[in-house]
Design a binder for this molecule. Sequence first.
Ligand code: SAM
Length: 210
Amino acid sequence: MSDDKRDFDAGAASWDEEPRRVKLANDVADAISAEIALGPSMDVLDFGCGTGLVAVQLSPLVRSVTGVDTSRGMLDIFKTKVEQQHLTNVSTRFLDLDRGDVLQGSYHLIVSTMTLHHVKDIGPLLEQFHEIMVPGGYLCIVDLDLEDGQFHSDNEGVFHHGFDRAELRMDFINAGFEDVRDTTAATMTKPIASGEERRFTVFLMSARKK
Ligand SMILES: C[S@@+](CC[C@H](N)C(=O)[O-])C[C@H]1O[C@@H](n2cnc3c(N)ncnc32)[C@H](O)[C@@H]1O
């Protein structure tokens, strides 16, 4: 694991060209739709939205989607999609919590896909999610189950080699969330450094603010 931030700008332009990522986003959007009753009165925050692979899929099912991310490069790709596809209910915002930015707004659903393992201290982030969520709102975190550090070929900016579901569940509860549930949302098979193919599992942990 490393203490440095990862540079997502560099790979932003070709991010969506990797079929594994697109498949994962499809599986994640399906898993969230199966877990949460999405509807036209819901405002959604996608934290670490990247190029919007998940956000774009959720957008027709809800009132609005706001994507926030620390990478201007990823957000630029997302913004181009929003313009080209005329997604009138989707907006994007650059945000860097380490720079003192704070999450704003009021959301019925907060989703975050494959981003938490890039956040060093997740407790305060979960507390911020709880603060900006309407009562009765939902949190959906999607990330890797514990792995041995082989998922990323370069572990710069990787603060967690996946998560232990039981520990993360306690983090959710400590941040004030209730009705914590988890399911396996997807699997991803990819080559690791040795050249061998490795299968990684990706969970969806959902919870509710009372
Ligand atoms: C692995 S990518 C996933 C992108 C997208 N959620 C997806 O599933 O395609 C992680 C994203 O999280 C963003 N990110 C990393 N640390 C972040 C932070 N502290 N706050 C907001 N975004 C962050 C990165 O810039 C990147 O776009």
